[in-house]
Ligand binder design. Sequence first.
Ligand code: R5P
Length: 264
Amino acid sequence: MTKMDWGMKNRLSRIISPKTGHTVMLAVDHGYFLGPTTGLEQPWKTIKPILPHADCLMLTRGVLRNSVPPEIDKPIILRVSGGASIVGPELLHEGIATSIEDAIRLNAAAVAFSIMVGAPYERDTILGLTQVVDECQRYGIPVLAVTAVGKEMKRDARYLALATRIAAEFGASVVKTYYCENFEKVVDGSPVPVVIAGGKKIPEKDALEMAYNAIEAGAIGVDMGRNIFQSENPVAMIKAVREIVHNGANAKEAFELYNSLKSK
Ligand code: R5P
């Protein structure tokens, strides 16, 4: 096993709690291909009340520089892939969209890069990941690989385990993927920690169940966006997610907490 550099370890310990080995990442990077996503029209207004309950914040440099005060003490996971949009012809054709030099300038604790396994441009995206990993290794910066899924790909354990493993094979420090049935297969096939994205907004009870099931299956946490910031009560929701991720609550207990916080 290669000895991990001190800087790399230190940055990882900023995004993954050394106390619990788990993490609640708050994802607000959606605008990079979706535009002003519901709930993120005025990013800081949404982020500010939720941020104290997140372990780190995942976003693009544009929103970071323009909407987030530099005085915050939360580690940043900077999205560095992009180049396609929801209305364009090649949604899954992303490349390196932000330099590692800029990630360092922004004091990023980690960077995030999407790979599109099974999509027509998978090669470009996987080689993009390797380039970002090489550059980040030079400076001790962990890479969170995101296994984005095209409309035509089935989000089952076979596919997600494949995509997750490929991301890890090429040097990702953490892999973000989607939850699916038999999620143990995805986690067990990955030599690095796995977190789940929340995906489209679903009822709070269901989102908490998904988070619980993912943790039970071995995920180290969530990198969740819409199911938190589009919730009827985002602060109550992130607190409930934290109870699952860091404090061992089950889905029922977390949902009860959500309801009690919501009613206050
Ligand atoms: C998608 O690739 C983006 O990175 C989002 O940050 C990610 O999907 C997580 O957000 P959500 O929980 O809303 O799916």
